[in-house]
Design a protein around this ligand. Sequence first.
Ligand code: GUN
Length: 290
Amino acid sequence: MILLDGKKTSNEIKEEIAKKVELLKQNGKKTPHLAAVIVGENGASLTYVNAKVKACEKVGFESTLINLPEDTTEEKLLDVIRDLNTNDEIDGFIVQLPLPKHIDEHKVTLAISPAKDVDGFHPENLGRMVLDLPTFLPATPYGIVQLLDRYNIETSGKSCVVIGRSHIVGSPMSILMSRNNKVGNCTVTLTHSRTKNLIDYTKNADIIIVALGKTEFLTGEMVKDGVVVVDVGITRVKDDTKKSGFKLLGDVKFDEVAAKASYITPVPGGVGPMTIASLLMNTLQAVETK
Ligand code: GUN
């Protein structure tokens, strides 16, 4: 079994980005600037956004964190987005999800200028992805593609099962794995809560990508020998032995599945760091294609 080390791979990507930023600066070009907007005090979201800002510093980007209170109105958030859309200093920005219940996520996503949508969530960018046109790929699926690519995992002709049909991971992931690309050319099955006899699909899968948010959902008996497993889940579970008071669990019962897998991502240190690396890649792309 080989561990798909997202931490190591994302560090390699960050080093590559840092070199490109250095070149941009030497050539008198603008330093890439990413802004992140977060609404409320969700602990996990704050951790992710802070990690994104820290990653910007590491590669030499400028970054701006806009932290709005939980009771921010939808109109106020849309104003902030409109300002970011027209601020020439900002090359790309994200609005961290989930948002408080009183804010319509679709309205927010639609308000972000596609040219600055480095999360790749705007319908225009998702449409461009489907049509194989240049775009910003959604950060988590893009990170997974990068990881499979950099470990030279053969995907062509393989059977890929995606578990979970979220707009930000499962659905775009299923499209990317079926595209005619180096990482792609899979026969993809997108499974979800209404799928009957899931095990019939997972047992026959060469590649399984789990993005469900249910801890230790994929067990050893559900997979075949030699399977490649990508675990997108990252759930905080109370653990008094930890200083933080919690541990992080993925959607895969790691020990059981790892015993049968050829490649598997750990949690933490798998997909999470790759998502951040992809966001940085998209932000650099936003500057380079200006
Ligand atoms: N919440 C969970 N994943 C993501 C992501 O990739 N981008 C944003 N904006 N919010 C998220």
